[in-house]
Design a binder for this molecule. Structure first.
Ligand code: HEM
Ligand code: HEM
Length: 175
């Protein structure tokens, strides 16, 4: 039996990047949401952890985009409307996984709190303390967080649909 483009798995480096980003986002998203409910004496630690882990997502996503654009062979999405839906959701996930860390980084700098990555190094920022634009970056960050969550829900819905109802090889392509 020949292996078709739909049956092949993602290359190893793409599978590793998928799961590294997935694990990080699974920690960073709830950490971000928890910040406003934490006690004052630990708030800064929550910010530091949230921002330092979130910053790693930015660099992983830049590497991932490069790998995605150059990797081959890749599994082909389904034809027609289903393929269009899958390409759109995957494309938007890539976009928002970059928008999230960039807007958060800009927000914290614009509010006047530069990122001290894991309390080890201060990260240079093109934006300094700028109270007039800080709320905009914060708003982009918060809205994008809910958009990312919605995309993730669609993503998991599609994975379950393929695995449980269609019973095809979609899930195993990324394992
Ligand atoms: C994948 C990366 C990231 C995700 C998924 C994420 C997610 C979130 C979420 C869900 C919130 C809570 C929003 C709310 O309370 O309404 C939040 C808040 C926040 N995040 Fe992130 N975040 C990420 C990366 C970053 C980075 C890299 C920084 C800074 C270097 C950052 C800085 C902040 C700040 C300062 C807040 C408090 C709200 C604000 O003033 O904007 N985030 N984040
Ligand atoms: C339990 C969690 C997850 C499962 C079971 C899962 C499963 C999958 C599967 C099966 C694919 C391949 C789809 C296809 O070939 O058509 C895929 C691709 C993808 N997943 Fe996930 N995923 C999970 C979590 C996440 C998370 C948290 C994110 C990001 C927030 C994410 C982002 C992506 C993206 C962007 C792709 C497209 C890969 C590409 O074409 O480059 N996934 N995932």
């Amino acid at each position: 039996m020949t292996v078709t483009e739909r049956e092949i798995r993602y290359p190893g480096r793409m599978r590793v990047l998928h799961w590294l980003v997935a694990v990080l986002v699974a920690a960073v998203w709830p950490l971000g949401m928890m910040i406003k409910f934490t006690r004052e004496d630990v708030k800064l630690d929550f910010y530091m952890l949230h921002e330092s882990l979130g910053f790693i997502v930015l660099w992983l996503m830049l590497v991932r985009t490069g790998v995605r654009l150059t990797a081959s062979p890749l599994p082909r999405p389904a034809a027609g409307i289903e393929g269009l839906a899958s390409r759109t959701v995957h494309g938007l996930l890539y976009v928002f996984l970059v928008v999230m860390p960039v807007s958060g980084f800009m927000a914290t700098n614009a509010h006047g709190f530069p990122l001290h990555w894991f309390n080890l190094v201060e990260i240079w920022s093109p934006v300094g303390k700028s109270p007039e634009i800080a709320p905009w970056f914060s708003a982009i960050h918060t809205w994008s967080a809910w958009i990312l969550l919605s995309l993730f829900a669609l993503h998991i819905g599609a994975v379950l649909f393929h695995h449980v109802i269609r019973r095809d090889d979609t899930l195993t392509r990324i394992l």
